[in-house]
Write a protein that binds this ligand. Structure first.
Ligand code: AHR
Length: 512
């Protein structure tokens, strides 16, 4: 048996839970759009071709904002290909994923889908093969009411009212050699600055994200952020982070502790952004947009190697690409990544799990067939549903165990929120230990726990399974949530987390 003691004090908060922390991502990649969210002819499709079975799962998952249309895809994308009568839209060879793009789905369709799903649009512009002119035209098309060339074209294309898109990404992973139109930090920093300036001259009320590093292991990490922000600091609001994790050669302890890297990555980018600000004597703070994160089994292949393998394939429309099947271990890791984002919610105010459907996604769908929840669906859905109000600072003393990559790590991971309005405290807990249950005591200071509505739910290895157990088309609910007993004793909340588990606990509290 391992143990952990967590102290939560009413007066020690990180800040409000950012609404956009529970974002997702739809890229024109593989089957995320086509046969994912959009499949005219599917038995569940509505009159716009949106799969309503997928939409129902999206609503249950609860993303608040969805990034679109890429990803690597956006760096070669002409946004004008995706507007106007569908039958007149060009079919293109799409280089990032070696795919034939029909353009049957474009900006109007995505905005309509987002409204149906009840999510905010986060739009990415192409700063790979395109530039300032295409960017400002897109802002005029999307956001200007009318009476100008681009806004009137939008109206002729059926959208009388502006799309009113506030949150924009200035390109994607421009530090990556695999990116179409890859740039040096100097080149990109200047381009992002000028694109941002031109976009704001069309609509001054935009929130703009500059590309940071594609992951914390990039050789240019740190220097990239420093150079980009030294150019674009005054014009942008966010710097982006991307991170994907996987189990390397059976090193499950390091995989389960990968949120240590997320913590390090976030804190390093905050330090770098603040150093640039301090040097400029600026009172403005750049926040972080963690706009791609997830588990992704790249199996030792870097993204550029994957692209070299892809170009040997025949050209196809919406091929199956990186449709990872997630297991119990992956779900626990996703829970800890969400915890890391929450703990840093004062600076990470946008985050997008990549991606939404089929492509490294919490939701899977089959063409003409069913849609179902992967294991990683559950920690996301529950955290997005329960994390409300203030993020609480958590002081944890946990049993530790060794991991090759991070040294000694806490066996138990925690994040906590408290919504004073509803009187609900939410605890998000993970037991990284594979063998032993962990007894967790949460001491509340300045808050009194009640018993009415005290609930716990846990995701762990099913009785007839192991840590590799996953949900599949023919066993869609093998891994899910079950009830977790929770006690309140002497003002403390007590739970016993099974080995390898993720849990959420709702505690009714009053101020003491
Ligand atoms: O999400 C899959 C890909 O991962 C995205 O297109 C790219 O931005 C990242 O490398």
């Amino acid at each position: 048996m391992t143990t952990a003691r967590v102290v939560v004090d009413r007066d020690f908060t990180v800040g409000p839970v950012p609404h956009r922390l529970f974002g997702s991502f739809v890229e024109h990649m593989g089957r995320c759009v086509y046969t994912g969210i959009y499949e005219p002819g599917h038995p569940s499709a509505d009159e716009q071709g949106f799969r309503t079975d997928v939409l129902e799962l999206v609503r249950e998952l609860g993303p608040t904002v969805v990034r679109y249309p890429g990803g690597n895809f956006v760096s070669g994308y002409r946004w004008t290909d995706g507007i106007g009568p569908v039958e007149e839209r060009p079919r293109r060879l799409e280089g990032a994923w070696h795919t034939v793009e029909s353009n049957a789905f474009g900006l109007h369709e995505f905005v309509a889908w987002a409204r149906t799903a009840g999510v905010e649009v986060m739009e990415a512009i192409n700063l790979g093969t395109a530039g300032v002119e295409e960017a400002r035209a897109l802002v005029e098309y999307a956001n200007h009411p009318g009476g100008t060339y681009w806004s009137d074209l939008r109206r002729r294309n059926g959208a009388e009212e502006p799309f009113d898109i506030r949150l924009w990404c200035l390109g994607n992973e421009m530090d990556g050699p695999w990116q179409i139109g890859h740039k040096t930090a100097e080149e990109y920093g200047r381009l992002a600055q000028e694109a941002a300036k031109a976009m704001r001259l069309v609509d001054n009320d935009l929130e703009l994200v500059a590309c940071g590093s594609s992951n914390s292991g990039m050789p240019t990490f740190g220097a990239w952020e420093q150079t980009v922000l030294s150019h674009a600091y005054d014009e942008v609001d966010f710097i982006s982070l991307h991170a994907y994790y996987q189990e390397h050669e059976g090193d499950v302890a390091s995989f389960l502790a990968c949120s240590y890297d997320t913590d390090y990555f976030i804190e390093s980018v905050v330090a770098t952004a603040d150093a640039v600000g301090a040097k400029r004597k600026s009172t403005k703070r750049i926040n972080l947009s963690f706009d791609e994160w997830n588990v992704w089994y790249q199996r030792g292949q870097e993204t550029d190697d994957q692209l070299h393998r892809l170009v040997k394939q025949p050209w196809r429309e919406h091929p199956r690409l990186i449709e990872d099947t997630y297991n119990v271990t992956d779900a626990v890791v996703v829970g800890t990544l969400l915890n890391s984002l929450l703990r840093h919610g004062d600076r990470v105010t946008v985050a997008n799990q990549a991606q939404l459907v089929n492509v490294i996604a919490p939701i899977r769908s089959e063409e003409g067939g069913p849609a179902w929840r992967q294991t990683i669906f559950h920690p996301f859905a529950e955290t997005a549903r329960l994390a409300r109000g203030q993020i609480m600072r958590t002081a944890i003393t946990s049993s530790q165990h060794h991991s090759d990559r991070f040294g000694d790590v806490d066996t138990v991971d925690v994040a906590c929120t408290w919504d004073e309005g509803t009187g609900r405290l939410a605890l998000f807990l993970a037991n990284r230990g594979l063998e032993e249950a962990s007894d967790v005591e949460v001491v509340l200071r300045g808050l009194q726990a009640g018993a009415d509505g005290l609930t716990g739910r846990v995701l762990t290895v099913p009785e007839d399974g192991d840590r590799f157990t996953a949900n599949t088309e023919d066993a869609q609910d093998r891994v899910g949530l079950s009830d977790l007993p929770v006690d309140v004793q002497d003002g403390s909340v007590r739970v016993s987390l099974p080995p390898l588990s993720w849990a959420c606990v709702e505690v009714p509290v009053t101020t003491a």
